[in-house]
Each structure stands twice: as C-alpha cells, then as structure tokens.
Design a protein. Structure first.
Length: 151
C-alpha cells in the first residue's frame, strides 16, 4: 500500500506545487512508474518557486512516505506505548514521572520520549531488554544500571 500511496501522492503533490507556483492546472499523469519518476524529478524545481508553507507540506509528505517505506521494508520500527495491565494506569517514567515511556519491541529498547527527561548523571533514559540467566525471564536494564519497570 505504501508504494501505491507514493505513486498517487507524488502526482497530487506535483499538481499542488505546480498550481501553487504558477496557478497552472495540468491533467494528472498516468499510472506508469516512469510518470512517478518524472513527478519526483519535477518536485525540486517546483518547490523552489513555492511558498515556505507549500515547501514544508511537500517535505512533510515526502518524509512520511519515506518513514512508512522504511517500516514496510523492516529498516525502521515505530515507537509504541508500553502495554498496561487491564484496568491499570500506563507506566510512568521513573525520572520525569510522565507517561512518556515508549518501546521498540523488535529492537528490544524502551526509552522516554520527553526531551527534558534525564537521569541523575544527565543521560536520557534508555533501557534494553535482556533475558535472565537462571529462569530466562525478560529484564529491562536501564542506562544507569537499574533493572525493571518503574513501580
């Protein structure tokens, strides 16, 4: 679906930028891959003449497609909220006390997304998951050496 979104999206983006820069409306290109390439080639020169708002919108859309493509290819993993027990509140970060802990399960990482959050030594809170040597239980090892989720 990401590929189809990009094929259609760059055509719309080219039309929007063309209209924003020259107030010219052109019929949309056909669905062939070469037309997607032509649209992509036209984006930079069209964006050069567009407003800052139109440039930001184009960059935001391209960045979104890139991110979704990286996820689909397994090159990136989105942050997810930590699961909570049914009926229990979301786990809070032990350093900033906000519900800003997020995980990347495949990478086995948990971190706080609060940019101001730091531990006593000024480091950003990050934990990696390991498995215990005796029972094989999952353990979270934080950057300061502490173990487990905050209580």
């Amino acid at each position: 679906m990401v590929l189809l979104d990009v094929h259609q999206g760059v055509r719309e983006l080219e039309q929007n930028l063309r209209y924003a820069t020259a107030q010219v409306y052109r019929d949309q290109r056909g669905g062939a891959s070469i037309n997607t390439v032509r649209c992509l080639e036209n984006l930079t020169p069209l964006a050069a003449g567009a407003s800052v708002a139109a440039q930001r919108d184009a960059a935001w859309r391209l960045n979104g497609w890139t991110w979704r493509g990286r996820i689909a290819l397994g090159e990136a993993e989105p942050l997810q909220r930590l699961p909570a027990e049914p009926g229990q509140p979301e786990v809070r970060c032990r350093w900033c006390s906000y519900t800003t802990l997020r995980m990347r399960p495949v990478a086995r990482l948990i971190s706080c997304i609060n940019p101001q959050c730091t531990d006593a030594e000024g480091r950003h809170p990050v934990a990696h998951m390991e498995f215990g040597t005796v029972y094989g239980e999952p353990l979270l090892i934080w950057q300061d050496g502490s173990v487990g989720l905050p209580s």
